[in-house]
Design a protein around this ligand. Structure first.
Ligand code: SF4
Length: 185
């Protein structure tokens, strides 16, 4: 019976660059270098859903965390995660190891330690000038909305899994960190 009994959860776009906002991807399909590292360790993969693709589709443009921080977005993240949590619990209850979650630092949804923030409420100068609003967006130390919901959902079932984020601005700069993260397993 060949199986490692080890599984990792990956944010959707690590296996499908096409889901990302146009212009943000540094690879064409899968992030092969990360998948190779995971493959060498015989770790299986569960691909998380892409919440932004599901809710806003492929014609969306970049957003900030504050725009997704709504009950609607959060409850839909929960719905998307329901079957994932069920699978994770089943694996863990049966002695499998969920070695971690790899998110995307900088994303308003999938950031682990870093997300994208901006708030132009009551800022009259931004209303007619999209360039201005985009310049106002900045990175802050916080998780994205989807990752927050995933963490909380796991906590509800007393499931503890380590998280790591890939730097969205320079994905290749994170390869060493991913290797070290998986070496701990
Ligand atoms: S970071 Fe998350 S929301 Fe953004 S494209 Fe990847 S999976 Fe989708």
């Amino acid at each position: 019976m060949k199986r490692s009994r080890k599984i990792i959860l990956l944010c959707h776009c690590l296996l499908n660059a096409n889901s990302k906002v146009e212009g943000l991807s540094q690879y064409k399909g899968i992030f092969k270098e990360v998948i190779d590292i995971i493959g060498e360790k015989n770790i299986g993969v569960i691909q998380l859903p892409c919440p932004e693709m599901v809710i806003y589709g492929i014609k969306r443009w970049g957003h900030v965390k504050e725009q997704f921080d709504t009950l609607f977005y959060r409850s839909n993240c929960r719905k998307m995660l329901e079957s994932i949590i069920g699978q994770v619990k089943s694996y863990i209850d049966t002695g499998y190891e969920i070695v971690g979650v790899i998110g995307i630092d900088g994303s308003p949804s999938c950031g682990v330690k870093v997300t994208c923030s901006g708030d132009w409420e009551n800022d009259d100068s931004s209303k007619d000038d999209i360039t201005h609003t985009l310049k106002d967006a900045k990175e802050i130390k916080s998780s994205g909305v989807f990752i927050e919901e995933l963490r909380e959902y796991l906590r509800q079932y007393h499931i503890q899994i380590p998280f790591i984020g890939i730097n969205e601005k320079d994905v290749y700069s994170s390869l060493k960190d991913i290797q070290e993260f998986l070496n701990k397993e």
